[in-house]
Design a protein around this ligand. Structure first.
Ligand code: SF4
Ligand code: SF4
Length: 503
């Protein structure tokens, strides 16, 4: 179970190539009507000037992996068929696992509630297809250990109509009604965090929210599903933003889009140009990894820093991914649960890469069969190659937080074993770390097993495992892996201390 970012110095990834990526996008710009053409001209001029003068909206440090987005960026979202069986984990979100309410042998309709939330911090789960519950038991997960899941045998002849509640008018819904509806839909952060969306709409900080940031960066290599959502589901996205504005009471929303997605910037601005009264702006940020991380986006768009140990809500800000808000805009008016999501299926081992709408619970094996393989299959990664997880079993299902499946050849340079050399104190990792840690020093402490000191004196908990330090390290030191292990050991030690105290 290792993220590729723990494989440092990869020649596949390690290159500055963002240069003219935005210019190439003319090949799949949307058809331009009058307002789109105007928005396009303004966006091109703005980005041109910013590049010329170096006035990028961005954060300090970070890295420039090869994007590989050209494989799928122009591929419209397609719906894939249903597999014979869906594997639906009860823990697809941060918070307590959902509680199953179905029995083995029970028939369920697509969209029907099959597991309920375990408290406010949890979410329910809905059947992603019409079929019969074959089993409730343990299933493989991307993280490694097996976890409880519902196995749903899909009826091949079913019409797959979706069961939903009575339609709602979003204009007439009050803030509490929206928050409750979002929880009932089972919506979580679809950008990867899988944090329950209703909790973000009503943070427990006691502070009111003034700004909504909408994350359209998609800075991980290969992934383009958010890009396609901004182009193809623009109306749902704007509806979702309006719902979130109403629910939070925030005064304005800013959609941050990396400047390698010029067509998405144009499409969004043209759409908003037809509704000038909406307090929603679209701003271009520099294409740089990890621009999509919450704290980096806040810095780039608002120039603010989230305090150590704090969350965006402490500053009166909520950050949502574009995919999450597009689903909010789609599900809430229909009173429907989250049963499917858009993912990118890409990588050199995929014959027909693209962006696909898939039922939650679809096994990775089925996806690879549908897209076809070319050459031998090496690692398969869930999510992007910088922060995603290489899976040990192809029976791992797509869950709410999975935005892509990347398949590599065994001989891919990103997978090559590299000798680890001693630290040469070049400082590259310090210059790359977006949260200003000293990864070199932290790495030395990790090797000396000084895990407590890493947390107490060197801000280990600020590390969000972005992988930038390992990515640039010429000595191939797997720094991110070290930090992940150190944090896990510290968490276990804390749990033991708490258990001792309570006895
Ligand atoms: S850990 Fe790697 S990148 Fe950091 S200073 Fe040492 S050799 Fe350089
Ligand atoms: S120390 Fe953590 S946050 Fe900093 S670059 Fe490394 S992985 Fe990213």
């Amino acid at each position: 179970m290792k993220p590729l970012s723990s494989m440092p110095g990869s020649p596949v990834l390690n290159s500055r190539t963002t240069g003219n990526a935005w210019a190439r996008q003319g090949s799949h710009l949307p058809d331009l009507d009058g307002s789109s053409a105007r928005a396009g001209l303004i966006a091109r001029l703005e980005l041109g000037f910013r590049r010329l003068l170096g006035w990028h909206k961005t954060f300090a440090h970070g890295v420039y992996p090869v994007e590989h987005k050209e494989l799928t960026a122009a591929k419209p979202i397609r719906r894939l068929p249903f597999p014979a069986e869906l594997i639906i984990p009860l823990q697809q979100h941060k918070g307590a696992p959902s509680i199953p309410i179905v029995q083995v042998g029970q028939e369920v309709m697509r969209g029907e509630l099959i597991a309920v939330a375990d408290g406010f911090g949890s979410v329910p789960i809905h059947a992603p297809a019409t079929g019969v519950i074959r089993a409730i038991g343990l299933a493989p997960t991307a993280e490694g250990p097996k976890a409880p899941a519902i196995f749903l045998k899909v009826y091949p002849a079913a019409t797959q109509e979706v069961q939903a509640g009575p339609a709602r008018d979003p204009e007439r819904m009050g803030p509490e009604e929206i928050i409750q509806a979002v929880q009932e839909s089972g919506l979580v952060g679809l950008g990867g965090a899988a944090f329950p969306s209703h909790v973000k709409l009503r943070p427990q900080t006691g502070r009111s929210l003034h700004t909504l940031l909408v994350n359209g960066c998609e800075c991980e290599p290969y992934l383009t599903c958010d890009h396609r959502i901004m182009l193809e589901q623009t109306a749902s996205l704007i509806r979702g933003i309006r719902l979130a504005l109403k629910a939070t009471g925030a005064k304005c929303a800013i959609i941050g889009v990396e400047d390698n997605k010029l067509d998405a910037i144009i499409r969004l601005r043209a759409h908003l140009g037809r509704k000038p009264d909406l307090p929603i702006r679209v701003l271009a940020v520099q294409a740089k990894y990890p621009q999509g991380a919450e704290k980096m986006l806040i810095k780039a768009l608002l120039g603010l820093e989230v305090p150590e140990g704090g969350i965006p809500a402490d500053l009166g800000i909520a950050v949502f991914n574009v995919g999450t808000l597009a689903q909010m805009g789609e599900l809430i008016p229909k009173a429907q649960g989250l049963i499917e999501r858009v993912i990118t299926l890409s990588g050199p081992a995929i014959k027909n890469p693209g962006n696909f709408l898939v039922p939650l619970g679809t096994p990775v094996r089925f996806l690879l069969e549908q897209a076809g393989l070319q050459g031998e299959l090496g690692e398969v990664i869930l999510g992007g190659p910088m922060m995603g997880m290489a899976v040990a079993s192809l029976d791992v299902p797509i869950t709410k937080g999975v935005s892509g499946v990347i398949a590599l050849h065994p001989e891919d340079p990103a997978l090559a074993a590299r000798p680890v050399y001693p630290c040469i104190h070049c400082g590259e990792c310090v210059r790359a770390c977006p949260v200003f840690l000293n990864p070199s020093l932290l790495g030395e402490l990790a090797r000396a097993r000084q895990y407590q000191a890493m947390a107490e004196h060197h801000h280990l908990d600020q590390c969000f495992e972005c992988g930038c330090c390992a990515f640039v390290c010429p000595s191939n030191i797997p720094l991110t892996q070290y930090f992940r292990i150190a944090k896990s050991i510290n968490r276990d030690a804390e749990r033991r201390r708490q258990a001792k105290r309570s006895h």
